[in-house]
Design a protein around this ligand. Structure first.
Ligand code: FES
Length: 117
């Protein structure tokens, strides 16, 4: 299993989301990470509705309240804590979780991530 350093933990504030591109030629983020009061949550940046990338703008994955991940295409809402879709065209489906660890002040993704076509 390969490791993918994403960012310094200090660079991800509570209430913030960030996208990270793993592939060298990736035009869109492969991973979305959200930090909340309860922890850090990471998912593949693929909406279960169409497989599209979800950010409204770079690093903008949350709804206006900051309490859910919102797909920028058709507005599906996902719980931050488990990626479960509670509203929208893919209700009851879930985002795919990405395993992350914290080490020496860095956030590191552990999943073997395939490159986007
Ligand atoms: S592509 Fe995400 S809700 Fe349609």
């Amino acid at each position: 299993m390969s490791e993918h350093p994403l960012c310094r933990l200090d660079d991800l504030a509570e209430g913030q989301s960030k996208g990270f591109a793993i592939g060298h030629d990736a035009r869109y983020a492969d991973i979305v990470v959200v930090r909340t009061r309860t922890g850090i949550y990471a998912y593949r940046n693929r909406c279960p509705h169409t497989g599209a990338s979800m950010e409204w703008e770079p690093d903008q994955f949350l709804d206006y309240s900051g309490t859910a991940i919102q797909c920028g295409i058709h507005g599906a809402l996902f719980r931050i804590e488990d990626g479960y879709c509670v509203s929208g065209p893919c209700t009851r489906k879930s985002l795919q979780r990405v395993a992350v660890i914290e080490r020496d002040g860095w956030l590191i993704a552990l999943e073997p991530l395939e490159q986007k076509a």
